[in-house]
Design a protein around this ligand. Structure first.
Ligand code: HEM
Length: 413
């Protein structure tokens, strides 16, 4: 087996050009067994035992289906080092739990995210996308597509769902950028030793915002999600204030930073693949479902989630020992040449398209997948109808191993 000349735990790896990243993961996928990486040293968490990098589609599917062995609750799923105790107050939400605690929370909140519920505010999503594209046209060519277009839709929808007023959108946006800012100096302030403090402050501020709102909604309920989460539902279940705070933080970061990047990558993919744009323009609504899945596959806004192995276990011919970690690189599995023919090709007619951009089959499959699909569909319908030849320039990428993000991208039309 060849010795690897790159290290997934080195922040600098994640700043390299995308084609280098593609080649590195291609090499990892070509190995017979997953590679093992040491964890990086951090000022706020003890160095862990290292992790197996799962990069094959088959491994990710199987690990996702087996949450008793591949746990999200032991130290967290959204981070490679075990989450320090002081973080769990803000970031210890259901994505970082196992059943039965996870199942209880998911049951309480999932009613807001069924296809039927999402359909109810389809009109709101469409109206918001229409207004955002209207503003873009008024501003004219040359503006930042990420901040002026892609980021605005998921932010507005999540805030409206929760009942957060418009004057707080910017506050929410800035804090969710810090929480998922990775190593990027634009959000970390350039000092990695300060990351823990910045994360905790952002978490505390978001929690305070929703708890203040919840205290009001407890006595003056409206039809927003905050009202239904603080007041007992039909089965008598409700969230505690701490659960509400961490759920809100999960929603704003999961809902904002992901859909935004899918929309931004989507524009970039259309720009570099004019044939696929022409195909989509021929039948905007008919082609949308396939195009949206293909955008999520190639964008893979969530690069990975992590699991801890709860007992010795053999999977696809490889032994995982109790206490070890496994990192599920969705981005890499979405390029697995054993599953996707010509995987780097953007093909809006790809069928089937069993990507794992929203996670693998298991209890943590993305709660917001229906909503995200609606938002991406609505945004491209507006763009393709009103500015059909809009192009996205060279992306200014987020420096992060966790989120495959675009911070800024100039657009022209
Ligand atoms: C393109 C957009 C999106 C992508 C790529 C994405 C990706 C993911 C992935 C990969 C997971 C799996 C976590 C795991 O395996 O541990 C996940 C979970 C989750 N997502 Fe999304 N997501 C998107 C949009 C959204 C939106 C719009 C929301 C909510 C408004 C949302 C809320 C959540 C929540 C709450 C979970 C945790 C579910 C659980 O632990 O049971 N996501 N998402």
């Amino acid at each position: 087996m060849s010795v690897l000349d790159f290290d997934l735990s080195d922040p600098e790896f994640w700043a390299k050009p995308m084609d280098e990243r593609e080649r590195a993961f291609e090499r990892l996928r070509s190995r017979e067994t997953p590679a093992f990486f040491e964890e990086m040293e951090l000022s706020f968490a003890p160095k862990g035992p290292g992790y197996h990098a799962l990069v094959k589609h088959a491994d990710i599917l199987e690990a996702s289906r087996n949450p008793e062995v591949f746990s999200s609750g032991q130290g967290g799923a959204t981070n490679i080092p075990d989450m320090p105790a002081e973080f769990t107050e803000y970031f210890g939400s259901m994505i970082n739990m196992d059943d039965p605690r996870h199942a209880r929370l998911r049951r309480i909140v999932s009613r807001a995210f069924t296809p039927k519920m999402i359909k109810q505010f389809e009109a709101d999503v469409e109206a918001a996308a229409g207004a955002i594209v209207g503003d873009l046209i008024a501003k004219g060519s040359g503006c930042d597509f990420v901040t002026e277009v892609a980021a605005r839709l998921p932010l507005k929808i999540i805030c409206d769902m929760m009942g957060i007023p418009e004057h707080d959108y910017r506050f929410v946006f800035d804090r969710s950028n810090i929480i998922l800012g990775g190593f990027d100096p634009e959000y970390t302030g350039g000092d990695l030793t300060q990351i823990a403090d910045r994360l905790l402050t952002a978490g505390m501020e978001l929690q305070q915002l929703v708890q203040d709102l919840a205290a009001h909604r407890a006595d003056h309920p409206t039809n927003d999600l905050t009202s239904s989460l603080v007041n007992a539902n039909i089965d008598g279940e409700r969230l505690t204030m701490q659960e509400l705070g961490s759920f809100f933080i999960l929603l704003v970061v999961a809902g904002n930073e992901t859909t935004r990047n899918a929309i931004s990558y989507g524009l970039r993919l259309l720009t570099t693949n004019p044939g696929q744009r022409a195909l989509w323009l021929d039948d905007i609504d008919g082609r949308a479902p396939g195009a949206v899945e293909e955008i999520v596959r190639l964008a893979s806004p969530v690069n990975f989630m992590r699991r801890k192995v709860t007992r010795d276990h053999e999977m696809n011919g490889h032994l995982y020992r109790k206490g070890e970690k496994a990192v599920l690189f969705y981005w890499a599995a979405n390029r697995d040449e054993d599953v996707f023919a010509d995987p780097l090709r953007f093909d809006i007619t790809r069928d089937p398209n069993p990507h794992v951009g929203f996670g693998g089959p298991g209890p943590h499959f993305c709660l917001g997948a229906h909503l995200a699909r609606r938002e991406i569909t609505a945004m491209f319908r507006e763009l393709l109808r009103r500015v059909p030849h809009i192009e996205g320039g060279k992306p200014d990428r987020l420096h992060s191993s966790f989120i495959n993000g675009i911070k800024h991208m100039e657009c022209a039309f």
